[in-house]
Design a protein around this ligand. Structure first.
Ligand SMILES: Cc1cc2nc3c(=O)[nH]c(=O)nc-3n(C[C@H](O)[C@H](O)[C@H](O)COP(=O)(O)O)c2cc1C
Ligand SMILES: [Fe+2]
Ligand SMILES: [Fe+2]
Length: 382
């Protein structure tokens, strides 16, 4: 598939992987992107997950049409991109491997030690001339691993952005935004500050096209994508709205959560309600970051609180959730403890303001609870 006259897409779509990185549901699959730049010298941009090594090598061979590549440029050594380095290196023994100095130190963890003799390390602002195309390298440590670098092709003003700007799903059919948000916050979200550093470098470049390692090539309206990354990496809410996330054993806390959602909607708020036991945890995390407000409603469980809610709070903490206003609803039949437990986690996060009103339900939602929920809705949106 042509990306431009000189750049071809040779990536592969993985439609049969059950979980990405061993935990993220990818109902629409995920692509491992790889590109070839054709010039006097030929550069392959990244390899793919070992799961799809065979089809990828076929794509590469077909695109090369009898030629051999001069370089494999390696942006990132995570196995979804390094899993086929050994295979392509074995197939094209004269091909050099180009990567960051950090990647060079990590390379033997992923391929045979002898490949190091064919590797060259590049540093910030180094360039690699292919003929009329020139790759200029910029280090992007911790976007998503420490060895990551991106490449800017000067003649076509194309940024090969590694995992940044990537998304789950089928690049040919799926919309970028919802899955890109879920991808960003779950995969890269913890590293807001390194992403900001990369965005600063990107701002100094004239970028006409972005070629990420997952999802579609971005050719138009690049400001939209850059702006989303700016917002997300600053941990700023993307839009006004409320995620109501609940954990409920017998359904009464769920009822309270839905009642709260109705109250908030009646006040004009955009609301998403998610059941932490049944809905996708990665989606819940992404929706929490998307909005400026969060409601947590949870049952007490064995003197503590519903484990799925604890899991959600652990995920939020791990991804540096911050700068949000949160309302708490708890339920318990004899000694409600959920609010205390949830507060304990929220206190460990930065710039979280918890509403003073905490609604405590004793088993089923009472008329008094309804009044309290109305007051809580007022306080949350105030
Ligand atoms: C396994 C189990 C453990 C529970 N532990 C407690 C508890 O420690 N303290 C308490 O007040 N209620 C406890 N409860 C009662 C629930 O918290 C209460 O019935 C629930 O919050 C009602 O809301 P729900 O219908 O949304 O589950 C427990 C219930 C179950 C099933
Ligand atoms: Fe990665
Ligand atoms: Fe990746």
């Amino acid at each position: 598939m042509k990306v431009s006259d000189a750049i071809q897409y040779v990536g592969v779509f993985d439609g049969d992987i059950d979980l990405f990185e061993g935990q993220y549901a990818v109902p629409n699959g995920v692509s491992y992107n790889s590109y070839i730049i054709f010039d006097e010298k030929i550069a392959v941009m990244d390899s793919v997950d070992a799961r799809k090594c065979g089809p990828w090598l076929e794509n590469v061979e077909k695109a090369l049409n009898g030629k051999a590549p001069d370089y494999l440029v390696i942006a990132h050594l995570e196995p979804d991109h390094s899993g086929s380095i050994q295979a392509i290196a074995d197939k094209y023994p004269d091909m050099k491997l180009v990567m960051s100095a950090k990647a060079l130190t990590m390379l033997p963890q992923f391929v045979s030690a002898s490949l190091a003799s064919r590797a060259m390390a590049v540093k910030e602002n180094d360039s690699l001339c292919l003929g009329s195309h020139t790759l200029r390298f910029a280090m992007a440590p911790m976007v998503h691993w420490p060895e990551v670098m991106v490449s800017y092709e000067e003649s076509e003003k194309t940024l090969f952005s590694a995992d940044a700007f990537g998304t789950f799903g089928n690049p040919e059919t799926d919309a970028w935004l919802p899955e890109a948000r879920r991808y960003y916050f779950n995969i890269v979200g913890k590293y807001g500050s390194p992403v900001q550093t990369l965005l600063k470098k990107a701002a100094a470049l004239d970028i006409r096209m972005i070629c990420p390692l997952h999802g579609p090539v971005l050719k138009e309206n690049l400001g939209f994508y850059l702006d989303k990354y700016q917002t997300w990496s600053a941990y700023a809410p993307e839009e006004k709205g409320v995620l109501v996330a609940y954990g409920s054993l017998h359904g009464n806390t769920a009822k309270a959560a839905r009642y709260m959602a109705e109250l908030l909607e009646a006040k004009g708020a955009k609301v998403t309600v998610l059941d932490l036991a049944r809905d996708d945890m990665a989606l819940a995390l992404a929706e929490a970051f998307r909005y400026d407000h969060l409601v947590l409603a949870c049952s007490t469980y064995d003197g503590n609180f519903f484990p799925k809610m604890e899991d959600f709070l652990l995920h939020l903490k791990a991804k540096a959730f911050q700068k949000r206003k949160v309302a708490l609803i708890e339920n318990g039949s004899w000694a409600p403890m959920a609010a205390k437990g949830m507060k304990g986690y929220l206190e460990q996060m930065k710039d979280i303001s918890v509403c003073e009103t905490v609604v405590t339900i004793k088993s089923t939602v009472s008329e008094k609870n309804k009044e309290q929920l109305a007051a809580l809705a007022d306080e949350l949106l105030a």
